[in-house]
Design a protein around this ligand. Sequence first.
Ligand code: SAH
Length: 350
Amino acid sequence: MNEGNLPLIRRLEEEHSLPSEDYERLLAGRDEETARLLAEQAVRLRQEIYGNSVYIRGLIEISNICRNDCLYCGIRRSNTRCRRYRLTPSQILACAEEGYGLGFRTFVLQGGEDAWFTDTRLCSLIREIKARWPDCAVTLSLGERSFESFRRLKEAGADRYLLRHETASPEHYARLHPPEMSFENRMRCLEDLRELGYQVGCGFMTGSPFQTVANLAEDLKFIERFRPDMCGIGPFIPHRDTPFRNEPAGTVDLTCYLLSIIRLIVPPVLLPATTALGTIHPLGRERGIQAGANVVMPNLSPVSVRKKYELYDNKICTGAESAQNVSDLNRRMRSAGCEIVTDRGDVKMV
Ligand code: SAH
């Protein structure tokens, strides 16, 4: 093992924090043995707090219509080859109904920034879900909105909000997004969500174009400071109809390494083994769980739209990642020493 790493791991275990330069050293000095040790400590912490439970979230991809033009994303507005769709509220409710029967107690409504989903429409949808399934949590992942909008959605009953910060470096942010999008506004949204009492998720892609070890260290410092309730980490995967079509994808190894480090920084964080991780490797999600993740988000969207919500090439959507296949998913989780539970799976404050 890289000699200098052991004291870094020990310090991270004790203080849940490292100076930026030490994160950089730990990332630059990544080797198999260090990854194994980090994963062992991450799994130990996860077991102490959550046992061997893996929480499942039913992901409903409500629309691929988006006003934004993120350079990495397959549903960006300039992608004219993308076939657009929007689910109706009754289709969304039907997904939740099916999901409830399959054991899901959290529904994640995710989508592009589609203006059709006004506060009024979303609030009535959230109220309806909460009225019909009061034992379920509603998570939103609908991009940037105003404080007032976040407030109304919370008042209607939304419990959680996922908004990846994408990168904690303003310069890196500017290389991944068009000029009209702003790092400051994304961060403002995260602060607003926190202030309003949501359980908040941030996150970033591993191996995104132009990402440096120093950028990743900034992401880790941001996570230390922000202490998210949830954190979505997945590999960047190129999409053929975006400016990043020829960029290399992120790797399972780097993603798992970061999952373990994040578990050590914020022990109670809810960490998904993402669909992107399952897409770049057939056992990607199992590897994520073995690195310290404790959430999976199977797809509950109608089969007819799954292919169209294509953020990146070859997104998996018909096997174990489909909500209809919870038993296969559970077999996979058991192979990684865990067990799927029927539970809202709220963050456990420690
Ligand atoms: N529009 C919403 C949510 C949908 S996108 C929002 O802005 O939050 C969900 C996440 O998918 C993004 O935050 C991004 O980190 C990830 N993503 C987008 N394109 C990707 C790609 N090419 N490879 C991997 N992940 C990608």
